[in-house]
Every structure is written in structure tokens, then in C-alpha cells.
Ligand binder design. Structure first.
Ligand code: GAP
Length: 508
């Protein structure tokens, strides 16, 4: 755990030092849970978006994309249920005036007990060596059994109280466990209250309640309210999908773990409209498609797992998360939800407009069912950042830090490096740069020794370094260095473009 914490801290520091992510408004001491994407971050983010868009829209003839506004008619959020039920339970500490999510306070308490269990297990492992059987130890060790029973009891009380919205019971649980405020150390808590996560603002010049509108907390609703427009104008036949990438806003009470949980973030969502009764078949289909998309990036498959929901939201009849092994453990990266006809039926009711589809094959109209795939772009960014971060010990005893991004996502695709600043090498290098930069983001660098320049490119994850040396002037060849193997291959200058294109082509 400690090692992972340290690694996470190093990744956050690296993100800043090498221009991936900056804290928003840093010169004013930052704004909590809001981040800016810097010069390399923005390229990586753009490449992730493109990789998703190609897989969802370009490769599927029955999926189209849209881009809807962040502001929507306020009734949208009544119909979707966000105004009534998009809440987190919160509690304030009266002494520090700090606000917490009540369930997270209790979860942190359970995590501490879990930490003690893990410590005992680690000690026993050390003592018994190869003989050690963790399962047996957990089942027989008195202290561990007692602690596990406590966790189970707390978790049962917490989740049943959340489910039944008995906020008083959560407050009692916090008091009974003696949970203190991490800032003030006091147990002086307010009652637990529901806190709506939507940001609101006023539209127009008059500030009264009737002008209140919201920043969308998910992009999906922009798709739902446009589904019939797209179906008709695109002559789409069910099953078909609508995809969108865009900003979403949530006033998260617990906003921490870097870009994992932000107040302003981006989602990549796709709603797939199907015949009623066929939704579970399509749910399985999209689960498989989406996990394959993640695997196609070549990241170790052990990093992904499904978490099927047992407790379903009121609108869903199946839901599963793709979890990723982040430095803080396995956490939700993407959700695949079978949302039934809940949203479209609600919009039909609230708007008074028919949102039915006429199915020519069945000869009847119905409100389609929806299977949704929803991934946080920033979380995807974080997953790529954390798996790519590699500290390597080299054969000569030196160390290097390399971001092993999948080449197709790397911010800078190639670095063009003249070995020296003279003898016509920069001119030759500039010709190569001029050719490649029309299609790829490249970096030209002639400063410092070549080894130092390679390290700089490793640190931002550039997959290919093209070095122009004196031999280049004689025979029009250069070397291409592979970031991961550090092997250099000599190739003809006239072939560089094709070589790079083949390495980065989706088709290849
Ligand atoms: N339309 C369905 C929906 O919004 P969700 O599970 O609330 O479902 C979908 O969110 C995805 O959006 C999550 O899997 C996560 O990747 C991302 N996400 C949600 N809240 C986030 C936050 N505060 N910061 C960053 N990403 C977030």
C-alpha cells in the first residue's frame, strides 16, 4: 500500500514536471478537484478521445455521434431523476467546519481495520514463508476473525441505511464508531443530510428560482432528448447507437485522488437503442466489446476486471463496471448499464411528446430500451498514465524513467534529433520534421547531448526518436530508436514516413 502511495505521488509530480496536468488556478493556490491539461496532457487526452470515437462511431455503421449543449431545459433533470435523487449523504464537523461524505467517513474507518488485518497477514507471511496459507490463516486467526466480523457488521448497517435513506442511522453509526474529524480531531458532527451533486446557476438577467438551470451531471441526457431527431434525420434503424464526448459537472463532496474524482470532468458515452426484450443480449455484447477495446491497447489484462452490480439503480435491469487497477486499488473506470426504457418514457411523460419508434419489421411502435456504455475520459487518462509510468534499471547500472504509452496514444509521436548543431545536420533534420509534422505531432530538439535528449523523450513517452548523424549526409539514412527496447535501426530517409505510418496505423 505504502509503495503504491509513493508511486502515485511520483506520478502526480511527474505529470506536473513534464507538462501533462496542472492544478487549476495554481497561482491562487488551486481550486479543489479541478485540473488543467497541459501541453502533453492535452495531446494524450485528444488521442484517447480519437481512439474511442474511431472504435465506437467510425467502426460501427449503426452508431453516429453528436455534440449537445451543457445547459439543458431544467425539466430534463426532473424527468431523469437527478433533481430528486442525485444525492450523496453529507455531514459537517462543527469545529473544523469541514464537510465530508458520511459514507466515505465510515468506509475510511473500515479501511483502517482492513489495514490492520493486512499487516497481521504480512507478518505471518514473513514468519511462515512458503508454508503460509492466507485463506486458512484468515479463517482460523481469532484477532482477524473478530476484525473481519466488525467490518461486515459496519458495512451491513451502512449500506442498508443508505438504501433505505435512514440518515439518522448513519449519524448513529459515525458516533458509535467514535469517528473523529481528520482535521479537528473532534466528534462534534451535524446531522447527516442529503446533498444534491448538481451545480446550478441562473439563465438570463433575472435571478429568481424560475431561471435556475443546471450544469449537466452526465452527457447521456443530451442523447436521450435528441434520440428521435437523430433517428429520423439519419434514417436509423433499431438497433442503433448515438455517441457523445463532453464535459459533465458534479459537486463531489469527496474530491480526491488526483483526476480520479473531479468536479468538472469529461465523459465518453454511447446509448444503444434496442427492441424491448433484447436489451440483455445487447448488454452482454457491449460488455465484451468494451473490455476488448481496453485490451486492444496492449496493457496487461490483469489490470482489468468486471464488477457486476447486485444492487441495481431503479432504472436498470443489469449493470456492470469495468474496474481498473489504479494505484489506490481496483476502482470503476467504465460502466455498462441496461437502462430499460426508463429515460425515454420519463421524457415522454414530462415533455408530452411521443418518443416512440416505428419498427417496420414488427409493424408496431414502441419506446426503445437502452444499453449504455459510459467511460470517464479523465479516469481513462489516469489509467494510461499510471500503467505507463515505468522506472527502469538499465544494464549499465543507470536508471531511466520512461512513460510506456501505447504508441497510438502517445502525445508526441516522433522526436527529430540532429546529432550536432552544425555540419548541415539541422538542415537535414528540418526537412524530415517538415515532412512528418503534416500528419504527426513531432518535436525537434538539438539541445544537449543525445543521451540526455533521449531521456527527455522517454519521460514524455515519445515512441520513436529519429537521429540524424554524419552518415545521414553521405547515404541519406537515419536511425530510429524504439522507446521501449532502446534498439536503433538504420533506415533510409525516404522510408521514414511509411515506417512511422505503419507503426501507428490502427489497421496494422
Ligand atoms: N450516464 C451514466 C453515468 O454517468 P456514472 O457511473 O455516474 O454513470 C460514468 O459515470 C463514468 O464517468 C464513471 O465510470 C467514471 O469513469 C466517470 N465519472 C463519474 N464521476 C466522475 C468524477 N467525479 N470525476 C471523474 N470521472 C467521473
Amino acid at each position: 500500500m505504502k509503495n503504491n502511495d509513493d508511486k502515485f505521488k511520483k506520478i502526480i509530480a511527474h505529470s506536473k514536471e513534464y507538462g501533462f496536468i496542472f492544478q487549476s488556478s495554481e497561482i491562487y493556490d488551486g481550486l479543489s478537484a479541478v485540473y488543467d491539461y497541459a501541453q502533453n496532457g492535452v495531446e494524450l487526452k485528444k488521442n484517447i478521445k480519437e481512439y474511442w470515437w474511431k472504435a465506437m462511431v467510425q467502426m460501427n455503421e449503426n452508431i453516429v455521434g453528436i455534440d449537445t449543449a451543457i445547459f439543458m431545459h431544467p425539466t430534463v433533470w426532473k424527468a431523469s431523476g437527478h433533481l430528486g435523487a442525485f444525492n450523496d449523504p453529507m455531514v459537517d464537523n462543527k469545529d473544523s467546519k469541514k464537510r465530508y461524505r458520511a459514507d466515505v467517513l465510515v468506509e475510511d474507518f473500515m479501511a483502517k481495520i482492513e489495514g490492520k488485518i493486512n499487516k497481521d497477514i504480512a507478518k505471518a507471511k514473513k514468519r511462515f514463508g512458503d508454508e503460509f496459507n492466507e485463506e486458512e490463516f484468515r479463517a482460523t486467526n481469532g484477532r482477524i476473525k473478530e476484525r473481519q466480523a466488525k467490518i461486515d457488521q459496519i458495512s451491513k448497517t451502512l449500506y442498508s441505511s443508505m438504501e433505505s435513506e435512514e440518515l439518522g442511522k448513519i449519524k448513529t453509526l459515525i458516533e458509535d464508531l467514535g469517528i473523529t474529524c481528520p482535521l479537528s480531531g473532534s466528534k462534534n458532527w451535524t446531522d447527516v443530510r442529503q446533498f444534491n451533486l448538481m451545480f446550478s446557476t441562473q439563465i438570463g438577467s433575472v435571478s429568481d428560482e424560475s431561471n435556475e438551470i443546471y450544469l449537466r451531471p452526465e452527457t447521456a441526457q443530451g442523447i436521450f432528448v435528441n434520440y428521435l431527431n437523430v433517428q429520423k434525420t439519419g434514417r436509423m434503424k433499431i438497433p442503433f447507437g448515438i455517441a457523445q464526448i463532453g464535459k459533465a459537472f458534479r459537486n463531489e463532496i469527496v474530491a480526491r485522488q488526483f483526476i480520479f474524482r473531479m468536479r468538472e470532468f469529461e465523459q465518453m458515452e454511447m446509448q444503444f437503442f434496442v427492441r424491448p426484450g433484447e436489451e440483455l443480449k445487447w448488454f452482454e455484447y457491449w460488455k465484451e466489446q468494451r473490455i476488448n477495446w481496453h485490451k486492444s491497447l496492449g496493457i496487461s489484462e490483469d489490470n482489468y476486471r468486471f464488477h457486476d452490480h447486485e444492487k441495481l439503480a431503479h432504472y436498470a435491469n443489469a449493470a456492470s463496471d469495468i474496474e481498473f487497477n489504479f494505484p489506490m486499488g481496483f476502482k470503476e473506470l467504465e460502466g455498462i448499464h441496461s437502462r430499460t426504457d426508463f429515460d425515454l418514457t420519463a421524457h415522454q411523460e414530462y415533455s408530452g411528446k411521443k418518443l416512440q419508434y416505428f419498427d417496420p419489421e414488427l409493424g408496431k411502435s414502441y419506446v426503445p430500451y437502452v444499453v449504455e456504455t459510459s467511460i470517464g475520459l479523465d479516469r481513462m487518462f489516469l489509467s494510461i498514465l499510471t500503467t505507463s509510468y515505468t522506472e527502469e534499471k538499465l544494464d549499465d547500472g543507470s536508471e531511466r524513467l520512461v512513460m510506456k504509452f501505447p504508441p497510438i496514444l502517445a502525445p508526441i509521436k516522433a522526436a527529430i534529433l540532429p546529432l550536432t548543431k552544425k555540419d548541415g545536420l539541422p538542415e537535414k533534420a528540418r526537412e524530415i520534421m517538415a515532412d512528418l509534422k503534416q500528419d504527426y505531432i513531432c518535436q525537434y530538439d538539438e539541445k544537449d547531448a543525445i543521451g540526455k535528449r533521449y531521456r527527455r523523450q522517454d519521460a514524455i513517452g515519445t515512441p520513436y526518436c529519429i537521429t540524424i548523424d554524419h552518415q545521414s549526409l553521405e547515404d541519406n539514412t537515419v536511425t530510429i530508436r524504439d522507446r521501449d527496447t532502446m534498439q536503433q535501426e538504420r533506415v533510409a530517409i525516404k522510408d521514414i514516413y511509411t515506417i512511422i505510418r505503419n507503426k501507428l496505423s490502427l489497421k496494422m
